[in-house]
Design a protein around this ligand. Structure first.
Ligand code: WTA
Length: 661
């Protein structure tokens, strides 16, 4: 969320970025896709392009339709029938049964490899287990788990029986879990007794108990994977509600087979909650056919995936990147995917590089915030290990500064590996703007161009297209695409207004919430959010969500939250608080409020800095002027204050801020 001045500043810097990296002849020669004509052909007939790409999947009933578009509601391949789990597991049995599907590196030193045959067996048994627990087609299941193979098995088993899953990031609080359980009306929660994090244990089952400690919740059963040991942390199992995964699995025959449900292409595959501009996170709904076409194709083309690649996406399954590029995309392609449970600095800051040498990882997909952290730690950590197996590097989640891009390219990729900077969102389901590594020359800091068949454009505030080379604009998508969200769960109206209502009554232009510009070569440069969404270390957080968490504390009368530039995390969170009268505002309260936000949302949401002020700057119509607070927090000259109800407020906040700096 940058101010216009900031954006202009960033654009200014990026415009001086003139380094261009063309794909090497060796890479082009072996690339899955190297004919630049693919863009032109897709553009001439987008629906024909997607019709053709639908053939990447195995359908129980081939679709005869491609797109039905009743703006802003889309159906893709509507009369087709398929199953996502079947595409990720069953169809590989004939050709890849003994190939590793998941290579798991766990904490503390655990490892496990599941071949496609193992995955088939586990997923079938888990599907039977879910059925035994009363879960069927259409029922929603919450998954609140650490990064262990069972989480993938659980997701695929849900897909197999047609039960949409909603994965809740294991770092979220009990309250965040409860909100999602209520909104998605989930019948079952799958969790674990705990998860490891930097040598300590996250009490997932205790958190689940706390989440469920409320009246009238829809949850009937809680299924618990034993991960850290039953005895740890006074874990209790509630009679009649809680059951152990290993005990329930033991009831199912080793060779049990549950036929994959034949679902319609538009059958819900999952709901994933993400932060928006309002208080509560919203449930983004993805359906089966279009999502699988989008993720399967992009995984293959963007990562240039080959049969013998060892592919590692470092994202947690709790985020969309984990859904699309750790689970569905790679497995649908029959890839070998590495999955890592821990953090990059445990036990030492070279852990990732060790993993790359150990498993001979060929493709690495991670976030700029991780790259910036590694830069800070220094190149001696990657230098300790042999990284020559790598052949392609990817980034996602936030804008990457050219300096970090170059560091990644040099120190990790030895200038040999193409870097694909991929722009997309929870809502888009799959990658939208990215280089195709065998075709598109890259420029550090630019996500380059729209994926074939995708139409992105830069417009001004009125929705009018801007010429290439014009500074600063808004990124929109001008036609539907297969992996797009279908709605916000239970709230069609919000879906319509929020994403498609910004430019006119036709509701046919999708507003991304991102600022961007296109250079003279047509390359897209992403500039960060222009709405009230923050991106902290690649995690989406809403300012309203943070503010509601803060004002729910008894000492807080009012709160305003802004994002500020942060060297490593991209953005940091700064909160301005008006305490209730009589409250002692000091360091103890700062700590208490940080803790409070952590309990309400999760540790990732803790404000970096908190300031107290007698009043917040407001317009005469009582709107908080966050722009001015951002100016203060970034140490800039104050912008226009003439619309303030009481201009003197700013001076006192500024003074306070400077004193505490
Ligand atoms: C940002 C993550 C610049 C953007 C897949 C978007 C990026 C939000 C990039 C979505 C990128 C993602 N360059 N910005 N390559 N990728 N973003 O839903 O602001 O967690 O709107 O999806 O992340 O975040 P989300």
């Amino acid at each position: 969320m940058q101010s216009p001045e900031e954006r202009a500043g960033t654009i200014e810097t990026l415009l001086h970025e003139e380094r261009v990296y063309a794909p090497s002849p060796e890479f082009v020669a072996q690339a899955n896709i190297s004919d630049p004509d693919v863009y032109k052909r897709a553009e001439e007939d987008p629906e024909g392009f997607w019709r053709d790409k639908a053939r990447l999947l195995e359908w129980f009933k081939e679709p005869s339709q491609v797109l039905q578009w009743d703006p802003p509601f889309a159906k893709w391949f509507a009369d087709g029938e398929l199953n996502a789990c079947y595409n990720c597991v069953d169809r590989h049995q004939a050709t890849r049964a003994q190939k590793p599907a998941i290579i798991w590196e766990g904490e503390p030193g655990d490892t496990r490899t599941l071949t496609y045959a193992d995955l088939y067996r586990e997923v079938n048994r888990a599907s039977q287990m879910l059925k035994n627990l009363g879960v069927g087609r259409g029922d929603r299941v919450a998954i609140y788990m650490p990064m262990i193979p069972e989480v993938v098995v659980a997701m695929l088993a849900c897909a197999r029986i047609g039960a949409p899953h909603t994965v809740v990031f294991g770092g979220f609080s009990p309250e965040a879990l409860r909100d999602r359980i209520i909104d998605a009306h989930t019948k079952l929660v799958i969790t674990a007794d705990g998860g490891y994090r930097r040598g300590s244990i996250v009490p997932l089952k205790a958190n689940t108990d706390a989440a469920l400690d409320a009246p009238d919740l829809p949850v009937e059963k809680v299924l618990v994977v034993r991960r850290v040991g039953q005895e740890a942390h006074g874990l209790t199992m509630q009679e009649g509600r809680d059951v152990w995964w290993h005990e329930e699995m033991a009831r199912v025959a080793e060779n049990a087979v549950v036929e994959a449900e034949h679902v319609d292409a538009e059958h819900p595959l999952f709901i994933l909650y993400t932060s928006g501009t309002t208080g509560k996170p919203k449930g983004v709904l993805h359906t089966t056919g279009g999502y699988m076409v989008g993720t399967t194709l992009t995984t293959n083309w963007v990562f240039d995936l080959k049969e013998d690649d060892v592919y590692w996406c470092t994202a947690d399954v709790g985020w969309v990147t984990g859904h699309s590029y750790l689970v569905y995309g790679p497995l649908s392609n029959g890839a070998t995917a590495v999955m890592y449970e821990g953090t990059p600095d445990h036990p030492d800051k070279d852990r990732w590089w060790r993993i790359i040498e150990k498993y001979k990882v060929t493709i690495l997909y991670t976030a700029p915030t991780a790259i910036r952290t590694f830069m800070r730690w220094g190149s001696e950590f990657p230098e300790r290990w042999d990284l020559t197996s790598l052949r392609l590097l990817g980034t996602v989640g936030e804008p990457i500064n050219p300096e970090a891009w170059i560091w990644y390219h040099r120190n990790i990729g030895a200038e040999r590996c193409p870097v694909v900077d991929t722009w997309w969102q929870t809502e888009t389901g799959a990658i939208m703007i990215t280089p195709l590594p065998g075709i598109v020359p890259t420029k550090p800091g630019s996500a380059t161009r729209a994926f074939p068949g995708i139409s992105t454009r830069i417009v001004n505030e009125q929705g009018e297209p801007l010429e290439q080379g014009t500074m600063g604009g808004l990124l929109v998508i001008t036609r539907p695409w297969p992996s797009m969200l279908r709605t916000i769960w239970g709230d069609d109206e919000r879906y319509k207004q929020q994403y498609w209502g910004r430019f006119g009554e036709a509701h046919d232009v999708y507003f991304t919430g991102d600022g961007s510009h296109q250079d003279a070569d047509g390359y897209f440069w992403l500039m960060g959010r222009v709405d009230d969404v923050l991106n902290v270390a690649g995690h989406r957080l809403g300012t309203m969500e943070l503010e509601s968490a803060l004002v729910s504390h008894p000492s807080v009368a009012e709160a305003a939250v802004v994002g500020v530039s942060h060297e490593v995390k991209g953005q940091g969170v700064v909160a301005f608080i008006t305490p209730r009268s009589g409250v002692q505002a000091g360091p103890a309260l700062v700590e208490e409020l940080r803790q409070h936000v952590s309990e309400k949302i999760g540790p990732i949401a803790k404000p970096d800095r908190i300031y107290f002020t007698a009043e917040l700057p407001k317009t005469r119509s009582a709107k908080i002027m966050r722009r001015l607070l951002r100016d203060i927090a970034e140490g800039r000259v104050l912008g226009d204050t003439t619309t303030l109800a009481d201009p003197s407020v700013m001076a006192s906040i500024k003074q306070q801020y400077e004193e505490t700096e």
